[in-house]
Design a protein around this ligand. Structure first.
Ligand code: SAM
Ligand code: SF4
Length: 366
């Protein structure tokens, strides 16, 4: 039996689709339309953030098993044909990949399919090509920001959890804060605006810096987004009791700034607040305490070609036999649609039987 012969799951069959009919969109059984494809370019990283990777790293994906540029672009094009409008490159550290500028250039030239069935449900500006963005630790941005902009990269998110050099070195196990700061400056200089800065709040680590991080972002015209720490660390040491909640962050920030909720959340995971009357804003992504699963429009592709329908998925769909076995684009489309069709309602972190996925965040693509 080839992958093409595999039967569709019930929900697709109920909608009248069979193996003979091609999926045209990525809609799950809860009606969630998927627009956002997160692609991990590599599981390797130049930092070792304690909440993500152990000091010694993790067993890396073998080089031969990493998808090639052509394979990545092919999957992105098939996904665009199924209604994906945005691709976010991540990792691991996506800028470690030597062909990253080429990947951006080729993906940003992929036309997106917008049919009448889209019904205006596309939020944000309309683009005729895939919108390509990146989440990075910023270490190589000083060098790469202009080339990435030139290649058509639309947006940049840079992770920065602390502004203190000694603390950064301890938290990431690398003394590279200056490189991140240079990367932020270079991105702004290259014209990426507004950039977003991601920070994971950690008790006893950076919980005295929340307001400083916000001021740092505001001074640069950037939006800081606090992301609740999730159970995705390689060491499986996450504890619900220990994590800093979105509510706590807002409590701390409210003592320093006047915060007002801004706009509708839509499919965005962040709740956004204006700071002191705006226009500056700060976001809180309360993935654990206020999950946004009901509006999730994301699907993920790991660097070794596995489709994951959720960060916390315990199963994956392998595209490699199709990509490397002479399969067709239609075969790829079917596997993508099948993965979305069986997506669960939510991540289930608070459910009694919750099990952390075996892949850490760095190997999934955050
Ligand atoms: N290396 C890049 C970076 O750090 O931006 C991209 C990959 S990283 C996995 C993507 C984002 O996930 C970063 O903002 C990082 O802080 C966040 N992250 C990693 N582990 C996390 C965890 N356990 N909980 C919440 N966020 C996490
Ligand atoms: Fe690397 Fe990003 Fe994980 Fe830090 S969060 S170890 S920068 S992949």
């Amino acid at each position: 039996m080839t992958l093409t012969d595999l039967p569709f799951p019930g929900s697709l069959r109920e909608r009248g689709e069979s193996k003979g009919e091609l999926p045209t969109s990525l809609v799950d059984r809860f009606g969630r339309v998927h627009r956002d494809l997160r692609i991990s370019l590599t599981d390797r990283c130049s930092l070792r953030c304690t909440y993500c990777m152990p000091a010694e790293g993790v067993p890396w994906i073998a080089k031969d098993n990493l998808l090639s540029t052509d394979e990545l672009v092919r999957v992105a094009a098939v996904a665009a044909g199924l209604g994906i409008t945005e691709v976010r490159l991540t990792g691991g550290e996506p800028l470690l990949r030597r062909d990253v500028v080429d990947v951006v250039r080729r993906m940003a030239a992929i036309p997106v399919r917008r049919s009448s069935a889209d019904g205006g449900g596309v939020s944000g500006p309309r683009h005729d090509m895939l919108e390509v963005s990146i989440t990075t630790n910023g270490l190589r941005l000083a060098e790469l920001a202009p080339a990435l902009r030139d290649a058509g990269l639309a947006r940049v998110n840079i992770s920065i959890d602390t502004l203190r050099r000694d603390r950064f070195a301890e938290l990431t196990r690398r003394d590279r804060l200056d490189d991140v700061l240079a990367g932020i400056d270079a991105s702004i200089a290259a014209g990426f605006a507004p950039i977003k800065l991601n920070a994971v709040p950690m008790r006893g680590v950076n919980d005295d810096e929340f307001a400083d991080l916000v001021r740092f972002a505001v001074e640069r015209g950037a939006e800081l987004r606090f992301i609740e720490q999730m159970p995705l660390d390689a060491g499986h040491t996450w504890s619900r009791a220990e994590m800093v909640t979105g509510e706590e962050i807002l409590g701390v920030l409210s003592r320093e700034f006047a915060l007002e909720p801004v706009g509708e959340r839509g499919s965005s995971p962040a709740e956004v607040f204006s700071i002191d009357g705006g226009p500056a804003t700060v976001g809180v992504i309360a993935s654990v305490t206020a999950p946004f699963c009901g509006a999730c429009d994301r699907v993920r592709l790991t660097a070794d070609g596995q489709v994951r329908n959720c960060l916390f998925a315990r199963t994956e769909d392998d595209l490699v036999p199709i990509l490397r076995g002479g399969g067709s684009d239609e075969d790829l489309a079917r596997v993508l649609a099948r993965s979305i069709a069986v997506k669960r309602a939510g991540h289930g972190i608070d459910e009694p039987g919750f099990l952390q996925p075996s892949r850490p965040m760095s190997a999934i693509g955050g």
